[in-house]
Structure formats: C-alpha cells, structure tokens
Design a protein around this ligand. Structure first.
Ligand SMILES: C[S@@+](CC[C@H](N)C(=O)[O-])C[C@H]1O[C@@H](n2cnc3c(N)ncnc32)[C@H](O)[C@@H]1O
Length: 232
C-alpha cells in the first residue's frame, strides 16, 4: 500500500475522518508534490501522469521545443525528460535523434512507453541516469541540449552546465526552462528564476543569451544560449 494511503488510513482509525482529510493533504504534499525531483512508486506514477496531462505542462514543453528550432540532422539531449512529452515533441518537430536521461526509473518507463514507436524506429534513446553521471554512450557531441523544470533539482548546477557545454558541437545551443511550481508563485517568481538561469549559464561559459516568456499562470521562462562558437 503506498505510504500516502497508509498514513491516511492510520489517521482515519486514530482520529476520525476529519483528521484523515488533513493527513491525506499532508501526505500528498510530501509524497506526490514533494517528490517531483525523483518520482518513484505509486505517487511517482501519479506525478508522471500529471506532468504528461496538465495542459500548462504540455504547452510549456511544446513551446520550449519550438524555440529550439530543431533540424533533421540535429542530435538533441534532454536532461530530466519526466514522462517524455518534450521527447515526443522533438520527434514530431523532426529532430534527427533524441537522447535523454532521467534518474527516475518510473519516468524512464513512462517516457519509454510514450515514445515506444520512435525508440523502435531508432530515433530516440532514453536512459536512466543522473545529470552528474551522464553515461559515456551520451558523450555527444550534441547540436542542442534542453531541460524543462529540471535544473532546480540538479546537484551543483553550474558545474553540470559547464559539462553540458563541453558536450555541445561548435554552434550548439541550450534551452533551460522553468515554470515555478512553488505555492504562491507569481510572474515575479518566474522572472527571478530566469535571472538565476541566466547567471548560471553565463558562469558556465554560454554566450548570446536570450530569455523568452510564455504567458501561463505563473509564466514559463526559457533561457536560450549558445555553446562553443564555430571558430573556437
Ligand atoms: C518536475 S519534473 C519535469 C519533467 C519534464 N521535464 C516536464 O517538464 O514535464 C523534473 C524531472 O527531472 C528529473 N530529475 C531531477 N533531478 C535529476 C537529475 N539529477 N538527473 C536527471 N534527472 C533529474 C526528475 O526525475 C523529473 O523527471
């Protein structure tokens, strides 16, 4: 029985239905929302379903892919693909090959199911791995790298971004997107997230930064930047 359900049942027995309601909310907060950084177990499957079906999540992922303007020769790497919505969009947009890592086994299964045809067709490779241990098979070089609502969970993000820059081809590009999901998030929260991403990308050596905003509630922001220049 999932932990969230077990806690609710215990509370129902001990305190009656009113308290059980509070316990459900608290348990869901810890076990469903609180584990967005690494969905696992039954609550993780619920989280993945929500990432894949919430309209704003779908819009956000499609929008980030459109900003990348992928070409048929592009090899693209996504970090933290979740249930694989952006992977599917990248395939639809005509990317040559889409690679992805996510450290959640539950997300790997959901994304693999969502993109089963493209995996069978040799256009998508998904692996379970953390951004601080990218498998040698995904050494690159890549034409583009993206991460959507994932960077906030990475250990030492500045170092990770510098590593990702080394995996880009000359002329390669990166898109890092965020739609703050913390309670009470506003347009100001999104602007702050954009500034933090911009600073991290600059510190990691990326250039030609531009920040786009998608009018959702709260807004999604995406910082696009260039990796190594073609002449360096
Ligand atoms: C909030 S979800 C977003 C999923 C998807 N990008 C989307 O927008 O629907 C964050 C995802 O990043 C993954 N993630 C978090 N930290 C990670 C890390 N260190 N390495 C790889 N994936 C990570 C989580 O497992 C989760 O699938």
């Amino acid at each position: 029985m999932p932990r969230a359900v077990r806690r609710a049942v215990t509370a129902a027995v001990e305190y009656g239905v009113g308290r059980a309601g509070i316990a459900v909310v608290r348990a869901l907060d810890r076990d469903v929302i609180g584990q967005a950084h690494r969905p696992r177990g039954a609550a993780g499957r619920v989280n993945g379903w929500m990432f894949a079906h919430r309209p704003s999540n779908r819009q956000r992922n499609g929008w980030v892919v459109s900003l990348l303007d992928v070409q048929p020769t592009d090899h693209v790497l996504e970090i933290g693909f979740g249930p694989g919505v952006a992977v599917a969009e990248l395939v639809r947009a005509g990317a040559g090959h889409v690679y992805g890592i996510d450290h959640s086994g539950v997300m790997l299964r959901q994304a693999s199911r969502r993109n089963a045809a493209a995996i069978r067709g040799g256009r998508v490779t998904l692996m379970r791995a953390s951004v601080d241990g990218i498998p040698a098979a995904l050494e690159g070089p890549f034409d583009a790298v993206l991460a959507v609502n994932s960077l906030g969970f990475w250990p030492a993000p500045a170092e990770r971004l510098a590593e990702l820059r080394r995996r880009l081809k000359p002329g390669g590009r990166i898109a890092i997107a965020s739609q703050p999901r913390c309670p009470g998030a506003t347009a100001g929260t999104s602007r702050k997230a954009a500034r933090e991403i911009e600073d991290l990308l600059r510190d990691a050596g990326f250039t030609h930064l531009s920040t786009e905003t998608l009018a959702l509630a709260p807004p999604a922001v995406c910082v696009l930047a260039a990796g190594p220049s073609r002449t360096s």
